[in-house]
Write a protein that binds this ligand. Structure first.
Ligand code: ATP
Ligand code: MG
Length: 599
């Protein structure tokens, strides 16, 4: 029965910390800023949307990656924000490939991005409509809009050399100088622009520029280039075009055609916002777009310590073989993080906790591990593993059980709080694997595990008393010797009569499963590997990957790739999605149980 208190709290909405984007959206919804928009069923201009229905999406956001590389953890924040906010407020999130730049894009990247956004749990299919778009499908409109700007005297073809243009742009202290081509008639500009389109001019010979203000304190408003000549084949439009729109011109148009309401981007685009607004206002004045127009909002990008995210640097790590590929479990790419064992939930949790603000900053890498532990603690089945095995011989086994061949069945819950996950079965025999550092011939102060004369409990099993060790000619310990203490089996009456200070994990030699266990650590030894122009390769962590030939519980024999576990005492592990096969486990350590980097 629900107490009144319980039912009241159950009715409360899930607590979401507010942030400035949520506030903007809530204000717009309250004021009905976008309530009158119509949606023509797919992206399009004012006339197209005008003949449509009232837009069923309360807001529209978009995640607009350029398909020129693999997504990284910073993108996860943008994905979470764009799709998450849309979901939260009855809106729609679009996945848009910003493929306006010919040459650089590849299908491999498009496929990779689609897969990883799905993996994060987001969907651009809403009520049977797929909102997956390609910016290159808007080239016709972009060109038409540019002609309209030219005709309206709002854009001109500039034939200055790139050097002249750079020089005449001025700088923060100096206003720019008007181009000698700035006052050509709209008709002359239109002819020139069409020549550009028709392939009459070489790359770089001229550009189309917006005609705004060469003295603007915002350099981005000093007649920015909006179209350039580039004789290059495009993966989608082939050789149809030899002029391509500049990003700053294309992006606002893409947003407007898609009815985007809140165009969320990172802070480096803040200075572009005045041009974003200038352009959309002009195109609305010209009747090509319709109010209300999309608005751009900038937030501080996610910076995580101990990683690099620049595509060039990530590529260098791959190309030079410092990692095994884009999906190496040490890479901050989403494919790498996935393979390492980070869950979509942990990435979302980390994004949510990192906050959404205008002030940039660094988030410690450990926040990702904390989020992973918070996610998996309540979900991951437990198991025992021995990472650095040494054999322990129970020398009185046959005396206690009558035969060396006897195996004593043991069990443990798969999860302490999830009885529905069932019970793990394993067994104890005369020889067990234990962790090498659970034995010390001469114990340090405070060491309560195995040393001659001391008793410990084998977790879920019996108490044993250490009697010594076997050694090789060099004096190295080759096996630990112990005696089983009868009548101390966990869960049986009187098992606690023998008091011990230490409990250790173990596996029966007869039923343990050999496993390759990959112990990953941070890829860099410095929190900001590329700070101050440092060559990030000089601070690679030489110990970022160690391979242990260990053993795991027999319950892992049926584990499938991607399955996640908490190995008692050792942390969270995942069955590697590439190399693991059923019965021959290959496991990656995601993270230890505690942050070993904290002091
Ligand atoms: P990079 O600079 O790493 O090459 P990018 O910004 O050029 O990344 P895009 O594909 O253009 O890559 O990015 C898609 C979206 O992801 C953009 O809206 C961008 O602002 C956002 N984004 C990129 N990096 C981060 C980050 N570290 N934190 C939050 N959002 C990010
Ligand atoms: Mg970019």
């Amino acid at each position: 029965m629900n107490s009144p208190k319980n039912s009241a709290s159950a009715a409360e909405p899930e607590h979401k910390p507010s942030n400035f984007l949520r506030q903007v959206i809530e204000r717009d919804l309250a004021q009905g800023t976008y309530a009158s928009r119509k949606w023509g069923g797919q992206p399009g201009d004012a006339a197209h949307h005008e003949q449509g229905q009232p837009d069923p999406a309360k807001i529209r956001t978009r995640f607009p990656p350029e398909p020129n590389g693999y997504l990284h953890i910073g993108h996860a924040k943008s994905i979470w924000l764009n799709f998450g906010l849309a979901q939260e407020y009855g809106g729609v999130g679009h996945l848009r490939f910003d493929d306006t730049n010919p040459e650089k894009e590849e299908q491999e990247y498009v496929d990779g991005i689609i897969e990883v956004v799905k993996w994060l749990g987001y969907d651009w299919n809403v009520n049977g409509t797929s909102h997956l778009y390609y910016a290159s499908n808007y080239f016709d409109f972009m060109y038409r809009a540019a002609e309209s700007l030219v005709e309206a005297g709002l854009a001109y073809v500039d034939e200055q050399t790139p050097d002249e243009m750079r020089h005449n742009r001025g700088d923060f202290n100096t206003p720019g100088t008007n181009s000698p081509f700035r006052d050509r008639s709209p008709q002359a500009n239109l002819e020139r622009f069409r020549e550009m389109r028709d392939g009459k001019h070489a790359d770089g010979a001229m550009v189309l520029r917006a005609k705004i203000d060469m003295a603007s304190p915002n350099i981005n408003l000093r007649d920015p280039a909006i179209y350039r000549i580039k004789h290059a084949e495009h993966h989608n439009t082939g050789n149809k075009w030899c002029i391509y729109p500049m990003y700053t011109y294309a992006h606002p148009i893409e947003d407007a055609l898609e009815n985007i309401t809140h165009s969320i981007c990172t802070l480096e685009f803040e200075d572009q916002r005045p041009f974003y607004d200038w352009l959309l206002e002009r195109l609305a004045d010209l009747g090509l777009l319709k109010h209300p127009l999309p608005r751009q909002y900038e937030f501080a990008r996610l910076n995580l310590t101990y990683i690099v995210t620049s595509k060039r640097k990530l590529k260098q790590l791959v190309d030079e073989g410092h990692v095994s590929g884009w999906d190496d479990p040490r890479m901050p790419t989403l494919v790498g993080l996935r393979r390492r064992g980070y869950t979509p939930e942990s990435l979302k949790l980390m994004a949510e906790r990192s906050g959404v603000s205008k002030a940039g900053g660094w988030i410690d890498y450990s926040s990702l591990d904390i989020a992973l532990r918070d996610d998996l603690e309540s979900k991951a089945p437990r198991a025992m593993a021995v990472l650095d095995p040494i054999k322990m011989k129970l020398t009185n086994w046959a005396d206690v059980f009558g035969s060396e061949a006897h195996h004593e069945a043991c069990s443990a819950p798969a999860h302490p709080h999830l009885p529905e996950l069932g019970v793990r079965q394993f067994s104890l025999g005369p020889e067990v694997w234990i962790e090498r550092d659970d034995f010390a011939e001469v114990p340090a102060k405070g060491f309560f595990r195995l040393f001659p004369g001391n008793k410990v409990r084998l977790k879920y099993g019996y108490v044993v008393e250490c009697t010594g060790a076997e050694k090789d000619a060099s004096g190295a310990v080759t096996a630990v010797l112990a005696k089983l203490v009868p009548d101390t089996k966990s869960g049986t009456p009187g098992a606690d009569a023998v008091k011990v200070k230490g409990t250790i994990t173990w596996l029966g030699v007869h039923d343990a499963l050999a496993a390759e266990i990959r112990l990953y650590d941070r890829l860099f030894t410095e929190g900001q590997p590329d700070a101050g122009g440092r060559d990030f390769l000089t601070v690679l962590n030489p110990n970022s990957k160690k391979i242990a030939a260990g053993f795991v519980e027999p319950s892992l024999a049926s584990a499938e790739a991607d399955a996640k576990f908490q190995f008692e005492r050792h942390g969270y592990f995942v069955a590697d999605r590439k190399d693991h096969v059923r019965g021959k486990p290959v496991l990656n350590r995601v993270t230890a149980l505690k942050d070993s980097w904290a002091k």
